[in-house]
Design a protein around this ligand. Structure first.
Ligand SMILES: Nc1nc2c(ncn2[C@@H]2O[C@H](COP(=O)(O)OP(=O)(O)OP(=O)(O)O)[C@@H](O)[C@H]2O)c(=O)[nH]1
Length: 306
């Protein structure tokens, strides 16, 4: 069995082989180091399937200077977030603001002190990690820890585009807890929060495929997005979700529908024949959910597009 290499990746770009060797020596223990002497090669490595976590970039190179290369990296969606640190001789730093304007995060000047170079690189990696973490929080619902509405909107748009490109169906389940106001009124808001957390964990645990996605869409409403899922499959899954929530048997004496917490659902499928907008899909699921509520709750209704 091969051991997983979790060390961060660093890309060193310099047209002088000796400079690359010098920096490789500094990083080889704790990093996975790759190097490029030409800008095209650097761009290729930066866009690879496993891109570098940080790039050390020489400023003066014959074909394309470091500023230009840095600007190209910052222009591309795929490489924009990789921190770039310029490594250069003091005499070459004629205008340090130019590097920052091109998108670099720092300068390291030669001759350098290896522990200092390492510490600065680690600092930038740490900042990048924290930034990514912060960014991910913007898409997570704080109470239930499933995706939030913003994330759902994003996912719906991209999955709908993908479904339309690939000619595969995409299904959506809009689900809502029945008489949740009465639940809060009977058991208290804290118990209501616990109930929502439990439902979110249970529902997300039921999603099998890697593309399946659940988000909290509103107070007691969730959306389940199911790529490559047709009418029959979504109906089957919705029934399964309803059964599993019934089996939790969370007491709800004031429900009037059952003695436990139940769900109503609207399901809709974007087939291969029509091309709805994200809004069309949500509205069709919403109409179906409304119909399920109207028909007595604790049931599933199918929505239709157009
Ligand atoms: N505990 C808790 N309650 C919430 C949260 N978000 C929304 N709610 C409550 O959910 C309830 C939703 O009430 P309604 O929209 O009237 O719907 P309902 O009582 O579930 O009735 P139906 O949907 O028609 O079955 C409101 O009382 C909200 O206060 C939350 O984060 N925590």
């Amino acid at each position: 069995m091969t051991e997983r290499d979790d060390r961060p990746r660093i890309l060193i770009v310099d047209d002088t082989k000796e400079n690359i060797d010098l920096l490789m020596e500094v990083f080889r223990d704790e990093f996975r180091v790759s190097a490029a002497t030409k800008p095209e090669r650097a761009l290729k490595l930066a866009h690879a399937e496993s891109p570098p976590d940080i790039i050390l970039l020489d400023i003066l190179m014959p074909e394309m200077d470091g500023y230009e290369l840095c600007a190209l990296l910052k222009k591309s969606e795929a490489t924009r977030s990789i921190p770039v640190v310029f490594v250069t001789a003091v005499s070459e730093v004629m205008d340090s603001t130019r590097g920052f304007a091109a998108g670099a995060v720092d300068y390291i000047t030669k001759p350098f002190h290896p522990p200092m170079v390492k510490a600065r690189v680690k600092l930038h990696l740490d900042l990048k990690h924290k930034y990514e973490l912060l960014e991910s929080y913007a898409f997570v619902d704080a109470l239930t820890e499933v995706g939030n509405r913003r994330r759902f909107d994003q996912m719906l748009e991209s999955e709908l585009n993908r479904a339309q490109r690939s000619g595969r169906p995409l299904s959506l389940i809009y689900l809502d807890v029945d008489h949740f106001k009465q639940f809060n009124d009977t058991y208290g808001h804290g118990a209501g929060d616990d109930c929502l957390r439990r439902l979110a964990t249970t529902l997300s645990g039921m999603l099998q495929r890697s593309g399946d996605f659940i988000a909290r869409y509103g107070g007691e409403e969730f959306m389940v997005l199911l790529p490559y899922t047709d009418e029959e499959q979504v109906w089957h899954l919705a029934e399964e979700l309803s059964r599993v929530v019934d089996a939790l048997a969370i007491p709800h004496v004031a429900s009037g529908v059952a003695d436990w917490v139940t769900l109503s659902m609207g399901v809709v499928t974007a087939g291969t024949d029509i091309h709805p907008s994200p809004r069309d899909l949500v509205e069709a699921a919403d109409r179906a959910l409304y119909a399920a509520k109207h028909a007595g709750r604790h049931r599933i209704e199918r929505g239709f597009l157009g």
